[in-house]
Design a binder for this molecule. Structure first.
Ligand code: ADP
Length: 506
């Protein structure tokens, strides 16, 4: 921005004040032109009059005064008068009237120099303003080039006036290609045909549908590809003209980020399931070992019985084989549940039976619980059973809560685990997992649901944080309270279906 001279108010620009050199040149020009005019007059004028002498020097005053300003103008005037008075051509007889003419000439010369000075200032001022405007323009362009949003300015006929470099990148057009074109080329049908109508309607009614509000719309690139955009529009009046500035943000990237985040979250939920299963590996191996050993025992016994194929022995063998089949089915069931639980799949919400879901989760979570002497009680409220959930994810929450409860009771004398369903606030299903364990330690109370907060030597501290992510992803809430009988009660809510909502689904 140019500095302003505090006294004159004129802009001081390096190119205009520098002119010390330039002004010196004008002084020299004043001398040269005046002498030149005078010499010319000596050479060519046959009429030797006082007026004729001076007339030849007028251009010197005009040029130097008008272009060089006051100083050079005055110098030229003074020099003219001196040369004129000293001129050998000046008739001595007329010297008196000549002096008067020279005086009048001097006054006119001073007037021209003053006028020239004003002109000079006016020129400087105009140059300063132009410079000012240019630097503002450059400033605006640099702003437009750096705002992350694409900026498109149109007039009230929808004709593009300005197209920022991010707009060039976003739409694939160069500014030169689109400036002067209707903005509808940046949108697909049916907006393309309707856009002129939108502007007309706004100009007629003044009703704002998008200006100052913003909305999600669709843009079209030069290659015809369409993409979602977030569009905000501002109205500006400049030089008595109305313009609309559109700020366009590409939502594709935003949506992709969102998708990536969801994908990462689902990965994390999956990893946490694998971790939970990893922690239970030895208990699970034990659980599987039981039916397998039973099968082996029954088959060994049967082979021994078959050495004496009496009627009685054959009956015993049949019973042993039936029991072995039962045991192999049991082992198969455990493996199937495990596989379902650890499989990586897209989260999917469906209508599920809360009771069935909890019973299945318990079968996995309670592996090894009997050996620890834990008494388990499951109580279901029949009036609330249908929930809209991703079954495996909610089973994961149940497993986390139940395994934590079992671990919390390791050192307790009373070991009771109860899982209860009830009708919660606003018709939601309320699920409670309560234990008679050690209770939440004071150091954990504030950070129970934060990731990596654990009091266990081999704990990861992600179970509860993942559980909260899952429950909040189901628009529910999860919290912990001290259990009135000692220990802790974890509760969470889930959206439930009341009978009328079931329709023919149930
Ligand atoms: P981790 O089990 O790996 O420690 P969690 O996020 O599941 O991770 O649990 C975090 C912490 O919360 C546990 O270390 C424990 O201190 C506390 N906690 C969780 N459930 C219970 C419970 N039923 N009783 C007492 N403390 C619990």
């Amino acid at each position: 921005m140019p500095l302003r001279d505090p006294r004159t108010g004129f802009a001081r620009l390096s190119g205009l004040v520098a002119p010390i050199n330039e002004r010196v040149l004008w002084y020299i020009a004043a001398v040269v032109l005046t002498i030149g005019g005078f010499t010319l007059h000596l050479v060519v004028t046959p009429l030797r009059t006082a007026q004729a002498d001076l007339i030849f020097m007028v251009p010197a005053i005009l040029v130097t005064g008008a272009l060089g300003g006051l100083g050079p103008g005055l110098l030229a005037t003074a020099l003219c008068i001196v040369l004129d008075l000293l001129s050998p051509t000046t008739p001595t007889a007329y010297f008196g009237s000549h002096l008067a003419t020279a005086g009048a000439f001097g006054v006119i010369g001073i007037g021209i120099a003053l006028f020239g000075e004003r002109l000079r200032f006016a020129r400087m001022n105009a140059a300063a303003r132009t410079q000012d405007l240019l630097s503002r323009e450059a400033h605006l362009q640099s702003l437009l080039a750096t705002v992350p949003e694409a900026v498109v300015i149109i007039d009230e006929n929808g004709v593009i006036q300005s197209f920022s470099s991010s707009a060039e990148r976003l739409f694939g057009y160069s500014a030169a290609e689109v400036i002067g074109q209707n903005v509808r080329i940046l949108m697909p049908s049916p907006e393309r045909e309707a856009h002129d109508g939108y502007i007309r309607r706004y100009l007629q009614t003044g009703q704002r549908h998008i200006i100052g509000i913003g909305r999600v719309a669709v843009g079209e690139r030069k290659d015809g590809a369409t993409f979602p955009i977030d569009l905000s529009i501002a109205e500006i009046i400049s030089g008595g003209q109305r313009y609309f500035t559109g700020y366009v943000r590409d939502l594709t990237e935003h949506q992709e980020t969102q998708q990536r985040l969801e994908q990462m979250q689902s990965e994390l939920v999956h990893i946490s399931r694998l971790t939970a299963m990893g922690e239970m590996a030895s208990a699970l191996a034990h659980e599987l070992n039981q039916p397998l050993s039973a099968i082996a025992n029954y088959l060994t016994g049967s082979r021994r019985l078959l050495t004496d194929a009496s009627e009685e022995n054959l009956r015993l063998v049949r019973t042993a084989i039936d029991t072995a089949v039962e045991q192999s089915l049991r082992a198969g069931q455990i493996i199937r549940r495990l596989r379902d639980f650890v499989a990586h799949r897209e989260p999917e919400k469906r209508i599920e039976s809360l009771r069935k879901l909890i019973e299945e989760a318990s079968a996995l979570a309670l592996v090894g619980a009997k050996e620890l002497g834990i008494r388990v009680r499951l109580r279901f409220e029949p009036a609330i059973d249908r929930v809209i959930v991703d079954k495996v994810q909610i089973q994961q929450v149940m497993l986390n809560l139940m395994r934590n409860a079992i671990e919390a009771m390791e050192t307790s004398d009373r070991r009771e685990l109860s899982v209860t369903t009830a009708i919660g606030p606003e018709g939601a299903a309320l699920i409670e997992v309560a234990d008679t364990g050690c209770g939440i330690s004071s150091e954990m109370a504030d950070q129970l649901f934060l990731p990596f907060a654990t009091t266990k030597v081999h704990g990861m501290g992600i179970g509860l944080s993942i559980s909260r992510t899952i429950i909040e992803g189901h628009e529910g809430r999860i919290w912990a309270e001290p259990n009135p009988g000692g220990g802790t009660a974890f509760r969470f809510t889930l959206q439930a279906l009341v009978d009328e909502e079931l329709g023919d689904v149930g």
